[in-house]
Design a binder for this molecule. Structure first.
Ligand code: F0G
Length: 351
């Protein structure tokens, strides 16, 4: 009787749903806010990780998707479509199954992690690999939803943002107030838009005493907001945020400017360093794009931009199991031993 009910039931009064909205849920949200010991030591701050990989399909997308699919069902849609670097498609496919709908997903050819492709496939999505990048996929998804009977469930759909803002609510509910700084990876810029909306709503209603500064980090090879111009051929190992023309660009700038925050870039090397630190020192396995938030925090700390004593939350957006190639790459192959305790003990350095 005490199970978390999913974000629509937990935050119903703050979401655009009514009694006639069919709630399509996998009980998303309610994710762990984990104190980060090593990051706290390194920065002299109180750092927490919002572990969104603990959502039902392994990423924060489920918060937006329960809303998008519920509203699409309410409106009578039979089919949904999205463009995706992988996580949105995995989530859309799963929630479409719950709703009895058909899902269609458009992904950039050869540029989505295998785990995410597997999810879309096993949930029965109709998948097209597009000979182009994410931005091309989104153009195509918009054209199809404009001209054919299929509902668009990308974060350009405002109800996605409504669902995703609940992560900010959970953080304030847990900490008793907003953090001083909130750090996020930025791709299409929907999530930073959503958190900022959530924090502003709680502050406006006096549930939080203040709003945090919003810090967003793009991958250097895919950093249009930092550069101030569209990146035609975005590149990064963090395929989830390999986006050259973010749909919510102007909302990300508003979140930055209204909050007194920043949007900066981190290199793939910095991302992988943070990725390994999270796994090997905090015990939290995330996908590379998720580590961009932590990489950004560490970079800012090294630049002297982080005053000690602050409360900081980093969202880690997706589960490491989605893209395990980076965990295995460069790691030594485990040795094989016979069924013999003495040999095993010796190889483990116990003897
Ligand atoms: N982290 C992960 C793991 C993501 O999958 C995404 C976006 C982001 C961060 C960036 O969030 O786009 O709201 O700024 N993934 C989308 C997708 C684009 O298709 O799954 P954003």
């Amino acid at each position: 009787t005490h199970q978390w009910r999913g974000i629509i039931e937990e935050y119903r009064d703050r979401l655009p749903v009514s009694d006639s909205t069919p709630v399509v849920t996998l009980r998303e949200g309610g994710t762990p806010l984990v104190p980060a010991q090593v990051l706290s030591e390194r920065t002299g701050c109180e750092v927490h990780l919002k572990v969104e990989g603990a959502n039902p399909t392994g990423s924060f997308k489920d918060r937006g998707m329960t809303m998008a699919i519920s509203k699409a069902k309410e409106e009578g849609a039979k089919a949904v479509i999205c463009a995706s670097t992988g996580n949105t498609s995995a989530s859309a496919a799963a929630y479409a199954v719950r709703a009895g709908m058909v899902s269609a997903v458009l992904v950039p050819q050869g540029k989505i992690a295998l785990g995410k492709m597997g999810q879309a496939l096993v949930h029965g999505a109709k998948i097209l690999q597009v000979d182009g990048n994410f931005d091309d996929c989104l153009d195509l998804a918009r054209a199809l939803s404009d001209n054919y009977p299929v509902a668009l469930v990308n974060s350009v759909n405002p109800v996605r943002i409504e669902g995703q803002k609940t992560a900010a609510f959970e953080i304030v509910d847990m900490l008793g107030d907003a953090p001083d700084i909130h750090v996020l990876p930025v791709g299409n810029a929907g999530n930073i838009t959503a958190y900022w909306k959530g924090y502003k709503e709680y502050a406006a209603d006096g549930i939080a005493r203040h709003t945090p500064r919003m810090w967003g980090f793009q991958a250097s090879g895919s950093a249009p907001i930092v550069r101030g111009e569209v990146v035609k051929d975005p590149s990064t190992i963090a395929t989830a945020i390999r986006i050259g023309n973010p749909a919510s660009w102007k909302f990300a700038l508003a979140a930055r400017d209204e909050s007194g925050g920043l949007i900066d870039e981190v290199t793939d090397r910095e991302i992988l360093r943070a990725y390994r630190l999270l796994a090997s020192q905090e015990g939290v396995f995330v996908e590379p794009a998720s580590a961009a938030s932590v990489a950004g925090l560490l970079k800012a700390a090294e630049q002297g931009k982080v005053d000690p004593g602050q409360r900081i939350v980093c969202t880690v957006t997706g589960n490491g199991l989605k893209d395990p190639d980076w965990a295995v790459a460069g790691a030594p192959q485990p040795v094989t031993v016979p069924v013999d305790a003495a040999t095993a003990a010796e190889r483990l350095g116990l003897a």
